[in-house]
Design a binder for this molecule. Sequence first.
Ligand code: GTP
Ligand code: MG
Length: 203
Amino acid sequence: MKFDNAVLESSYGTAKQLPVSDIPEIAFSGRSNVGKSSLLNKILNRKALARVSTKPGKTITINFYKLGDVRLCDLPGYGYAKVAGSERERWSGLMEHYFTTDRNIKLVVQLVDMRHPPSKLDLDMLHFLESAGYHFIIALTKSDKLNKTERKNRLTALQTELSFLSDTVKIIPFSAEKGEGADEIKKEIENAILGDEGNNVII
Ligand SMILES: Nc1nc2c(ncn2[C@@H]2O[C@H](COP(=O)(O)OP(=O)(O)OP(=O)(O)O)[C@@H](O)[C@H]2O)c(=O)[nH]1
Ligand SMILES: [Mg+2]
């Protein structure tokens, strides 16, 4: 699977605008500022296809990228405290619509900042993905910011913090800076797409 020729399909700010799910989708979810856009740029070999922000939580949109016959969905980040209540409602409306309208979601990449224990909202999201039966993996972002001891301690603590998850959920340390984990995430995406579609999907 080639990851080189992605294009921005469109950005959607309301649930009504979302186009029908006519092709396999890979969704990327996580709190605001966790590094979603950076991860997308890394795996798509692009410097700035997805806009990396220094100010989190500025826009709440779902951004769709097309990669051949596959759609990559950059879901809006959650948990930015300064966002007004009405924006939070718009966020939950969009997310609910995305996850409850029978889309062809092959894999969800859930991003969690490797430096900190998963937040309440991260855990809510993981519980939701688990109970709804999605195929998902966890990317532990910003792994380059931890030293060896911190890294070991976080990985140990996560075994308890995420003990409610099935053993089959892959947890992949990732760094957009160093490239750690990028190949593994690409492999998971490829497997999720090709797994049951054979070679019918052009990617
Ligand atoms: N050191 C380091 N910094 C990172 C990494 N990934 C993201 N960052 C930084 O974290 C900040 C947020 O990154 P984004 O990729 O914009 O995060 P996002 O989740 O898309 O943020 P929103 O779209 O605003 O919700 C930026 O300053 C990035 O440069 C990483 O792997 N390592
Ligand atoms: Mg972003």
